[in-house]
Design a protein around this ligand. Structure first.
Ligand code: ADP
Ligand code: ZN
Length: 604
């Protein structure tokens, strides 16, 4: 069996066009080839599919892949077929004729991979599957087996029958969701020995992280329009809290000449399907969606994700931004944080069944959004992974804050909180500090207290940011259950009394920040000429995809296009050396791409 590994490497080159396995793929593949059961935990874009697709090509028989979402299956099958691999999916969306064709292909052992929904598996376990040699079982989205997770699928519990019915067939479970409880559930249910767990880092270093605080609605929309316009033709998803805002934002983008569509659970299934399809096929550039959008989207060239509102939890945030940059090229995550969103979410959380947990999750999310240390470090530590250095790919790392002695500033705020007997929210405290004349403030007589107006020289947005820092630093506590009133901690008292000093970070200038929001893009590494070539090949890819009725990224991902324009292959054999170009695509598209490139080069 040992000698199968070189064959696997050859298949990787011939079929997928890659010269080496990623460090975390090799041991997994060796394990599968040795017929051992394994569990693979890798982030999105980590390269899970290769872990079973390559062994499927090497081992005799057909590999059976269990996948819970029809859209994902379709994407995988499209990808494999585009690389010349005989693969098919059996699911509920086929006509009886289509299903019959696939069954007969399977029975005549023509397929290297068969994708099945879990319901189908239960049904075929004693039927179809017993009639043909099976090379391996791959269980995609294996976390669906666990009742702990939020994606539990009752049909997945049937998977423990695999071991009984097919004791000699290796099982490979794969997931991008990896908390310890879920992990143990998978190991137990599928009889995978603990030592056969392959855990990769969940960091997605190609996704840059940034947060903008306290933008007014207008400013936010302007910033978003400017952001998108700078990223012409780049696919992106904008997540909103409400259905209405998905529509409002989409309208605003359309007005600005951006091809955007709203997507939410209120649309009927057919509309949703069409919107999703147009996005996948690069016809719609931007989707403004509630979190209902994204499950089952494998589009590899999503270049950015914007959160128009604060997400409810770090889990949600990470899952959503994770849809960007699956191809490994630079991608961007931009989050707009506002106190108002946070207040609204706190209200929802307080009304929910798991009040304590939800409020805690929100507090952690808010911490991430308002903190002044490397965001990736906060993010990874939330998922129990620690990064021992700053990431250099988040807004905090790129614009490190300068610090100053903030003791007096803190005392002003603390004194306002003390003099209103710790009964008021941040908004009221700030209005007192800035000497506002609003009715509620005057009615309560807060214009009479000593701190009234002492902070007028600091803008309200800056005050918000300073109060957040004081919260992070443990001077002030925010009571989420009581309309977010602010209280003073023992440490805060020491500062108020002048017994201790405190350092604060200067708030970056919003105007400057707006201008510098041009983070690296996929094509940014390209010079002007190559960027133009990229556009020419992108158009070619689009035409071919239209003709074949498949998404453009299935033909070649953005990463492959970038490689082609930088290498400028002048012959078919040079084209074959481009990473990501397997034999099948070389034959099918090689001469057309080489020719188009040559023409474009002579014209420039
Ligand atoms: P996942 O299923 O974990 O989200 P994929 O299997 O879709 O990830 O792989 C992500 C990207 O990485 C794809 O574009 C894939 O072609 C690429 N990839 C996978 N393995 C390799 C490899 N060994 N070398 C280069 N690229 C790879
Ligand atoms: Zn960082």
């Amino acid at each position: 069996m040992d000698d199968l590994f070189p064959v696997a490497l050859q298949q990787l080159k011939d079929v997928f066009g890659y010269t080496s396995f990623r460090p975390n793929q090799e041991p997994v593949i060796r394990n599968v080839l040795a017929k051992k059961n394994s569990l693979v935990l890798m982030p999105t874009g980590g390269g899970k599919s290769v872990c079973y697709q390559v062994p499927a090509l090497v081992l005799p028989g057909t590999a059976v892949v269990i996948s819970p979402l029809v859209a994902l299956m379709k994407d995988q099958v499209d990808n494999l077929r585009a690389n010349g691999v005989a693969a098919a999916a059996l699911n509920s969306q086929l006509t009886p004729e289509e299903a019959a064709t696939i069954r007969s292909e399977f029975l005549s052992q023509k397929l290297k991979l068969l994708y099945l929904s879990p319901e189908r598996l239960a049904f075929e376990l004693k039927g179809l599957l017993t009639r043909v040699p099976i090379s391996l079982f791959a269980i995609d989205e294996a976390h669906c087996i666990s009742q702990w997770g939020h994606d539990f699928r009752p049909e997945y519990t049937q998977l423990n029958l695999l071991r009984e019915n097919f004791p000699d067939v290796p099982i490979l479970a794969l997931t991008a969701t990896a908390d310890a409880v879920t992990r143990n559930d998978i190991l137990r249910e599928l009889h995978i020995p603990k030592e056969n767990t392959f855990l990769s880092s969940f960091d997605r270093p190609n996704i840059s992280l940034s947060v903008k605080c306290d933008f007014k609605k207008r400013e936010k929309l302007e910033a978003i329009v400017a952001f998108i316009k700078k990223r012409k033709y780049q696919s992106g998803i904008l997540y909103c809290l409400s259905r209405k805002s998905t529509e409002d934002v989409a309208d605003e983008l359309l007005k600005n000449g951006i091809i955007a569509k709203a997507y939410h659970a209120g649309l009927d299934a057919e509309d949703r399907r069409r919107i999703q399809e147009n996005f996948i096929r690069d016809k719609t550039t931007v989707i403004c969606a509630t979190i209902a959008f994204g499950m089952g989207i494998d589009k590899s060239n999503i270049r950015w994700v914007i959160h128009y509102n604060l997400p409810k939890s770090m889990e949600g945030y990470y899952q959503e931004i994770g849809r960007a940059g699956r191809d490994g090229l630079p991608a961007e995550a931009l989050l707009f944080y506002s106190e108002a969103d946070s207040l609204q979410l706190a209200k929802f959380a307080a009304e929910s069944e798991q009040k304590e947990i939800q409020l805690e999750k929100l507090a952690r999310m808010e911490h991430f959004a308002t903190s002044m240390v490397c965001r990736r470090r906060i993010l990874l530590s939330y998922f129990d992974e620690s990064l021992d250095h700053d990431c250099h790919n988040c807004d905090v790392c790129k614009n490190p804050p300068t610090r100053f002695d903030g003791s007096i500033l803190a005392q002003k705020a603390l004194s306002a909180i003390a003099r209103t007997r710790e009964q008021e929210s941040a908004d009221m405290i700030i209005d007192i500090l800035r000497g506002s004349q609003r009715a509620e403030l005057l009615e309560k007589g807060f214009d009479q207290i000593k701190t009234y107006g002492v902070g007028a020289e600091t803008t309200s947005a800056h005050w918000h940011a300073y109060l957040q820092q004081l919260i992070h630093l443990g001077c002030i506590a925010k009571d989420y259950t009581q309309e977010k009133r602010l209280c003073i901690t023992p440490f805060g008292r020491e500062i108020l009394l002048g017994n201790k000093k405190i350092e604060l970070a200067k708030i970056p200038d919003k105007v400057k920040e707006k201008e510098s929001s041009g983070a690296p893009k996929a094509k940014d590494s390209l010079d002007t000429r190559d960027a133009r070539l990229f556009e020419i090949l992108r158009a070619l890819r689009y035409q071919l995809a239209e003709k074949e009725g498949i998404p453009p990224y299935i033909i070649f991902g953005d990463k492959v296009l970038v490689e082609i324009v930088t290498r400028k292959p002048a012959s078919l054999s040079e084209f074959a050396d481009v990473p990501g170009v397997g034999r099948h695509k070389q034959t099918k598209y090689g001469s057309l791409f080489v020719k188009t490139l040559r023409e474009a080069l002579t014209n420039t």
